[in-house]
Ligand binder design. Structure first.
Ligand SMILES: Cc1ncc(COP(=O)(O)O)c(C=O)c1O
Length: 404
């Protein structure tokens, strides 16, 4: 097969949901990937914030093979015990905020949020869920209904009822929206798909206080920010907020489809046999991979690398804002979750295309920006290589269009 054959087959048979990039990736190693003709690209997308310890990391392949040789799916699934699941549960207990004492496993982010919303309604006996504008919580019908971006929600009307929206980072608006019918507030500690929107310092604590006062549960969606993406294991733990549900996916298993939600003891006590389940709910294969990935992140003190590399990238990008002020509108981020916002979508698209042409893969976000979220174990020289390509791309786009 060649890239050309792959393009032809995918264009013919793959559901037409994406504007495809004409790049067919055959393999990867670390932060690099190769297309079918052997052309190398540096991956600043980490498979959409997922491959947190790089591509084809032997830690993952070894865990996959070792566990697959033993058992992939337990007899009667979650009804039987699994040492792979037990090992992962103990490891997670060491990095989760201490008030979150019970965990259940899923297969994706949307499914995780869906479960948390469903269980919050069960626990409180209330129906309403408050979410924020510009949020993204998934693509099932209930999580699309909870998503605050019209483009990812309104086309599926009729949506699930009982969702309300308030502006992000606005405690007064949240307070006004809360009443005794609100089961839960679902919120990202930094809005990821919404364009790396970082709230002010006391916002999350304020949200938590308002939820507690109103008897509503707080679902913290750390699907994009969790597992050291911004430095700490979870922003929730770092800012000392005691949420009721913490939802996780993406980095949890470094690319293996997996997810989890953790909940407080008080919530767990109100749940009963049969309240939730799922065929793969913590299958040993996913658990073994997740354990290996999280152990790698902890053992390699990844938090320190994320903070150092994140700072390096931000410093460099801030200079671009000064140098290319007529193209770069803003640079913001935390750890290795960074957004560079351009003056308009056309500039962002041109910069992305130029990066691709020069061997760097990046994610265009909200049309107007480029999001950088590479593997968390990226080395300084690799990061600098990518930043160099980006800087050249911006320089060339500015020279050819903005200033012409
Ligand atoms: C914050 C957040 N929540 C939920 C999701 C949905 O996760 P998944 O695509 O695994 O269903 C995403 C995906 O980007 C996300 O960023």
């Amino acid at each position: 097969m060649s890239s050309k054959d792959t393009f032809e087959i995918e264009d013919k048979y793959f559901a037409p949901f994406f504007v495809k990039q004409k790049i067919s990736i055959e393999k990867g190693e670390g932060v690099y990937v190769w297309d079918e003709e052997g052309r190398r690209y540096l991956d600043f997308t980490a498979g959409w914030g997922v491959t947190c310890i790089g591509h084809a990391n032997p830690v993952i392949t070894d865990a996959l093979v070792d566990q697959a040789r033993k058992i992939i799916q337990n007899p009667n699934s979650g009804l039987t015990y699994s040492p792979a699941r037990a090992r992962l549960l103990s490891l997670l207990a060491g990095i989760l905020p201490p008030n979150l004492t019970k965990v259940f496993f899923t297969n994706s982010g949307a499914e995780t949020n869906d479960a948390a919303i469903k269980l919050a309604r069960k626990v409180t006996g209330r129906a309403e869920v408050v979410s924020t504008y510009q949020s993204f919580h998934g693509r099932t019908i209930s999580t699309a209904s909870a998503t605050g971006q019209a483009k990812n929600r309104d086309r599926y009307r009729p949506l699930m009822p009982n969702y309300r929206f308030v502006p992000y980072n606005d405690l007064e608006a949240l307070e006004r929206s809360l009443d005794e019918s609100v089961a839960a507030v679902i919120i990202e500690p930094i809005q990821g798909e919404g364009g790396i929107r970082i709230p002010s310092d006391h916002y999350l604590t304020g949200v938590n206080d308002l939820c507690k006062k109103n008897g509503s549960l707080l679902i913290m969606d750390e699907i994009q920010t969790g597992f050291f993406r911004t430095g700490p294991a979870f922003i929730t733990g770092a800012c000392g907020v005691e949420v009721d549900f913490l939802t996780m996916a993406k980095g949890i298993a470094g690319g293996f489809p997996f997810g989890a939600f953790a909940m407080s003891e008080a919530v767990a006590e109100k749940l009963e046999i049969g309240d939730h389940g799922g065929t793969y709910c913590g299958n040993p294969l996913g658990c073994a991979v997740s354990y290996a990935v999280i152990k790698y992140l902890i053992d390699n003190n990844i938090s320190e690398n994320v903070e150092k590399m994140g700072q390096l990238a931000l410093n460099r990008m801030n200079k671009w804002q000064t140098e290319y002020g007529d193209a770069v509108a803003d640079v913001r981020g935390k750890g290795l979750l960074i957004m560079i916002e351009f003056m308009n979508e056309d500039v962002a698209t041109k910069v992305k295309n130029e990066c691709n042409a020069n061997g760097l893969l990046v994610t265009q976000t909200q049309g107007i920006g480029i999001r950088i979220f590479p593997a968390l174990n990226i080395r300084k020289d690799e990061l600098e290589e990518g930043l160099h390509i980006m800087e050249d791309a911006i320089g060339s786009v500015v020279k050819n269009s903005v200033r012409s």
